[in-house]
Design a protein around this ligand. Sequence first.
Ligand code: CP
Ligand code: NVA
Length: 301
Amino acid sequence: MKRDFLTLADRTEAEYEALFKRTHALKASRKRKEVVTTLAGRHLVSVFEKSSTRTHLSFEAAMYQLGGTVTTLTAGSSQIARGETIEDTARVISGYADCIMFRTFGDDRLTAFAKASQVPVINGLSEGGHPVQLLADLFTVEERLGTVKGKTIAFLGDCASNMGRSFVEATRFFGFNLRLGCPEGYRPSAELLAQAGARVHVTADAAEAVKGSDVVVTDVWTSMGQETESAKRMKDLHDYQLNEALMAKANPGAIVLHCLPAHRGEEITGGVIDGPQSAVWDEAENRMHVQKALLEQLILG
Ligand code: CP
Ligand code: NVA
């Protein structure tokens, strides 16, 4: 039976512990310039229906560095743009690949694609979440702060974005407390919040959200596909910019995360993202290390 990675609920707490342990080992091997060929002879196909820099490159680098091969397909250059169904596309790719990464819009598209695929499918970002980014983010927290368990993470801005939603979901498996700072209309659904329970606190006061936190995170105010709402979002989220004054309310030694791409002067200031508390470059690099461990888990079992 193939196992997909579409949401964080697709793995257990114990599996995440093993995944991070393997990620530390793979990262150390890479730093020592050791060659690891666990995925020799294996092939990944990545399919993008939205733009990407990090996801595209980190999956390619991960696969090639482990001795495997990759084909990356953009929807616009494939028959998807001319109306071939997601189901037919997934079925055909399954015949060529050992694993498929898919970046798409609605989660209905993601689940239909995964259902038609005969090999494991990874969610490379959808409206409902960005689980591979969360793995990199929480691995970075573990690396910088020693552990994720018991830490307090603040997430500011559009808390209903795929990143906001995945942070809420992650509280169920990684044992941290989450403080969301966002206005009405930018909260994750009541259903998602209810599943997370007491670990998630929601407030409209950005300073209250950040106070006492060990990690402060934000995401773009206008996600891919929401471009027509951009002016309204800039206005609604104006008070939730992650700036130096807000960072001063976090715990000393707190780190800053942002999945990137960032918009300096909008959701985050240059002083914060380029400042001493920023861990965003390690976070971006860790996408590759953690995805290596994930690809091994999915392809080798
Ligand atoms: N963080 C992230 O997923 O970046 P890309 O959109 O560049 O892949
Ligand atoms: N929320 C952002 C994340 C980009 C990696 C988006 O969906 O555009």
